[in-house]
Write a protein that binds this ligand. Structure first.
Ligand SMILES: *[C@@H]1O[C@H](CO)[C@@H](O)[C@H](O)[C@H]1NC(C)=O
Ligand SMILES: *[C@@H]1O[C@H](CO)[C@@H](O)[C@H](O)[C@H]1NC(C)=O
Ligand SMILES: *[C@@H]1O[C@H](CO)[C@@H](O)[C@H](O)[C@H]1NC(C)=O
Ligand SMILES: *[C@@H]1O[C@H](CO)[C@@H](O)[C@H](O)[C@H]1NC(C)=O
Length: 460
């Protein structure tokens, strides 16, 4: 009797024991899976070049960059903002209107009547950080309302900062139910729906790579060197510029006849950061802008090394010609190319594609692998087709807008393809060619590498 009861007890307890072990194993396995999923999720959510790429971090440390967070409450903005602060340490200042809504006891209190005031204090803090030239300024607000966002943009522009708008990459950033559950400040589902309806993409006026201060200096010095070289060694170069500058005070460049020293008036006080435009937002083309921004979103805030392969010198503009890699071409937003048939721009060069050389390149517009015969003796061969007008406008005549640099380069590429009776000279840095009418190109023996931060210019 007793043994039977004992056996039953034993059986029961063993069963319970096994069951709990099984449950335990199951539970740990589940939590392990959940943890690894959360880990993956948080790695994805923090996968920004300015947090993970050493080259990019170094660039940002040496520049002035304002990161403006943008997203609904609970979408993970503050996690990213916090991480930026972690990475840049005392080189970064983080500004959040929320910081000014905390009581002495450390409780967060949201009062409608203090809304404007907290934003003003936050802007003051940001402005002060920018005036102090803090390398990294982080704006950790929702910034859904564009007028609030643009107040920070204008602080950044007034103080010479690059702007990078950062939206969280969490999977739930637009899911109302998750946001309701996750947001720190009890924002109601109803309010979140309202905010979501106001949340629309912000487009920059243009996108591109914005050069570092070091790269700016390198380009300026190298350009001056080559101009000096040309002025000293090529009489027709000197003549064209001396003649032009006597007619026009504000040449993009000029050889002073006595000293043979060129000057670059525009580079002394550049109007904006030097940049390589990849996309220009034309009013009304919202759909195209939307597509472009969706395409390049992950690259915003990344840093690329770009190759300057030639200088282009015309009586109106002075540009550095950039050869893009295939990866860089992915960010090229179909900007005007020399074989563009849409005829935007100066409009006087519709005869572009008459020669065989150019017709064969027209077939290859989507890839810039075509190397024209006239480039065959050059050490570095520029490309023709997609991305061929990539450039930095270094200087332009005062009555001309910088966009002329693109048209001048496009026209020059056309001449490269059509004018085979160019005059050619050698200078220290490379080969100089005159294509007539004061249009010159200097092809470098080796590229000049410059670093650029890919982002938008959000001014008006
Ligand atoms: C959030 O809201 C609930 C109900 O409205 C309230 O009980 C709670 O105290 C609030 N929590 C905070 C942190 O404000
Ligand atoms: C150029 O094209 C024309 C016809 O379009 C052809 O007759 C001529 O042989 C071509 N020249 C060269 C050098 O290929
Ligand atoms: C462009 O290059 C890609 C990859 O190299 C290739 O698949 C594609 O066919 C090329 N397109 C043209 C028009 O040559
Ligand atoms: C070609 O370049 C040469 C040398 O600069 C110039 O004299 C000539 O006028 C140019 N021809 C055309 C058609 O532009």
């Amino acid at each position: 009797m007793n043994t039977r009861r004992f056996a039953v007890y034993l059986g029961l307890s063993l069963a319970v024991c096994f069951a709990s072990i099984a449950l335990y194993v199951l539970a740990t396995e589940q939590s392990r899976r959940k943890k690894s999923k959360d880990n993956k999720e948080s790695l994805v959510a923090l996968n920004f070049p300015f947090l993970t790429d050493a080259h990019c971090i170094e660039f940002v440390m040496k520049s002035k960059v304002m990161f403006i967070m943008r997203g609904l409450p609970g979408s993970g903005k503050s996690v990213v903002a916090h991480q930026i602060k972690q990475v840049y340490g005392d080189k970064a200042v983080k500004c959040s209107a929320d910081d000014f809504r905390v009581t002495d006891q450390g409780d967060y209190v949201w009062k409608a009547e203090e809304y404007e005031m907290t934003h003003m204090i936050c802007q003051d803090k940001a402005n002060q950080a920018c005036l102090n030239a803090t390398p990294v300024v982080i704006i950790d607000n929702t910034n859904i309302k564009k007028f609030l966002l643009f107040q920070y943009v204008s602080i950044a522009h007034d103080t010479g900062y690059h702007v990078v708008i950062v939206e969280p990459k969490t999977s739930w950033k637009l899911s109302i139910s998750e946001l309701t559950r996750r947001n720190q400040h009890n924002v109601t589902e109803e309010r979140l729906r309202e905010l979501l309806s106001e949340f629309d993409k912000v487009f920059a006026l243009y996108y591109g790579w914005f050069l570092s201060g070091d790269s700016f200096k390198t380009l300026k010095d190298r350009m001056l060197k080559v101009l000096r070289d040309c002025c000293e060694n090529i009489p027709s170069f000197q003549n064209s510029f001396v003649r032009d500058s006597s007619q026009e005070q504000d040449e993009p460049t000029s050889c002073s006849s006595e000293t043979n020293l060129p000057s670059l008036p525009c580079l002394e006080h550049p109007r904006s950061h030097l940049h390589i435009t990849t996309f220009f937002y034309k009013r009304g083309q919202t759909q195209r802008a939307r597509e472009y921004v969706c395409m390049v979103e992950d690259a915003l805030g990344s840093v690329a090394t770009l190759s300057v392969v030639a200088w282009t010198i015309t009586p109106r503009t002075l540009t550095a010609r950039v050869k893009l890699t295939s990866q860089q071409l992915n960010l090229w937003g179909g900007m005007l190319s020399s074989v563009d048939s849409t005829g935007q721009g100066s409009g006087d060069s519709n005869t572009v594609l008459s020669l065989n050389e150019s017709s064969s390149c027209a077939l290859q517009t989507t890839n810039s692998s075509f190397i024209p015969a006239s480039y065959k003796d050059l050490v570095i061969k520029p490309t023709v087709g997609d991305g061929d007008t990539a450039h930095v406008t270094l200087s332009c005549r005062s009555d001309i807008t910088p966009v002329q640099g693109r048209y001048d380069l496009r026209d020059l590429i056309t001449l490269e393809l059509t004018n085979h009776s160019y005059e050619e000279y050698k200078v220290t840095d490379g080969i100089v060619r005159s294509y007539g009418d004061g249009q010159w190109s200097v092809y470098l023996n080796e590229p000049i590498y410059v670093d650029g931060l890919f982002t938008g210019f959000y001014g008006s």
